[in-house]
Design a protein around this ligand. Sequence first.
Ligand SMILES: [Zn+2]
Length: 148
Amino acid sequence: MTSLKHNGKKRLTSTFKNSTTSRIMRSNKSKNTKLELLFRRALWKNNIKGYRLHWKKAPGSPDIAFPKRKLAVFINGCFWHRCPHCNLDLPKTNTTFWKDKFDRNQERDRRNIQLLNEMQWHVVVLWECMIKSSIEDGVDSVRDALTM
Ligand SMILES: [Zn+2]
């Protein structure tokens, strides 16, 4: 049970305990998600290699970075990054909290892309739903960007 001694943040965490949201929050923090691994395997099969993972030297630590080619690939979860294709509803509880959080995520994404563009990098954003529906399309996007 939530103790009154808990600060707001802790209370929020325990409210979400064992909920779907809690599982999603955990998965957001982990690198090398299933989706990333799946996509990297597809790149490998297509002989697209030589990339760095979660490369900290580029803004936003792109999930997949080709430093020499100045190409950054972000693999975005639709829930966390508010996919424009899925257009998901806000969670019905703690709506204000989620809206603030999503706004910050989107703002961060925009800023990182802007910084990368200023550094003359190409940016490819791959959405979870797109990879799930056609991983080949995602691979093609990366290949196209590499041959530009
Ligand atoms: Zn989506």
